[in-house]
Write a protein that binds this ligand. Sequence first.
Ligand SMILES: NC(=O)c1ccc[n+]([C@@H]2O[C@H](COP(=O)([O-])OP(=O)(O)OC[C@H]3O[C@@H](n4cnc5c(N)ncnc54)[C@H](O)[C@@H]3O)[C@@H](O)[C@H]2O)c1
Length: 287
Amino acid sequence: MADMGSGSAETVVVVGGGTMGAGIAQSMLEAGASVVIVESGAERADAAHARVADGLRRRFKNDADPEAAAAPLLERLDVSAGLPSTSDAVLVIEAVPEDAALKAEVLASLEAHFPPTTMLATNTSSLSIDGLAAGLAHPERFIGMHFFNPVPRSALVELVTGRATSARTVAAAETWVERLDKESIVVRDAPGFATSRLGLIIGLEAIRMVEEGVASAEDIDRGMVLGYRFPMGPLRLTDLVGLDVRLGIAEHLAREIGERFEPPQLLRDMVAAGHLGQKTGKGFYDW
Ligand SMILES: NC(=O)c1ccc[n+]([C@@H]2O[C@H](COP(=O)([O-])OP(=O)(O)OC[C@H]3O[C@@H](n4cnc5c(N)ncnc54)[C@H](O)[C@@H]3O)[C@@H](O)[C@H]2O)c1
């Protein structure tokens, strides 16, 4: 991995150009890399291009001519329906939907296409890195790069190391995160990594407190914002993420880690009633 993370004209390949892939591509373009987005068909590839172009226009919205400001960055963006013709990339980031079988299939095809010197990353938010690495011939160059939504404005990338991830791969990933003007934390592969595990347990406890009538949702949130300097209270955050999404993660972590992640009955009841948070207009708050 001689020039991993350095050099002048590196190409980064992003596989899956949806919400996260488009954001990762935009951030990579802003950091000066050339980017190829791999999508599963021509229409989806066009849609991914449009998402990145939109993101860049928003990024330069205060410029006199946002379109002109975005243009030179877009020149470094290519989209491909299927694997690109070139295998010359220093970093490949997989950002296809959260489906273990799909990711395993995509990673196997990437490993066959790119030489063992190309660093391989996954943006999975919950799947085991060791599990995904099991099918790889070169797991030492594989790492989790857990980006946050919206990628261009988020400050963190959680780097998740599998048993086989080499120190060199971790160092290269850290260098990339610096180039993106973000900060990284390094976490051993464990269910929920560090951020989802801790963020979720606070959210679940806040829901239990509403359930037990300890305080109102507003007061619990204000307590954490004003008393603990949280940027947003755990219940408002739950509304933004989606109660159904949080319930799914809680059930997963209850199975993997233990009963302290068992979802509160109130969360189950609200999801069953269709009160999923911001997206349905009602959660712990009215939206
Ligand atoms: N959305 C979030 O807030 C968030 C945050 C952190 C991590 N993640 C993770 O990022 C990954 C992607 O999530 P997303 O929200 O961007 O999903 P998304 O559905 O918006 O995007 C996925 C993209 O992958 C494409 N795709 C599907 N199969 C493909 C294939 N075989 N080859 C190439 N492209 C293919 C789809 O066309 C789609 O554009 C998931 O693993 C998710 O868990 C999501």
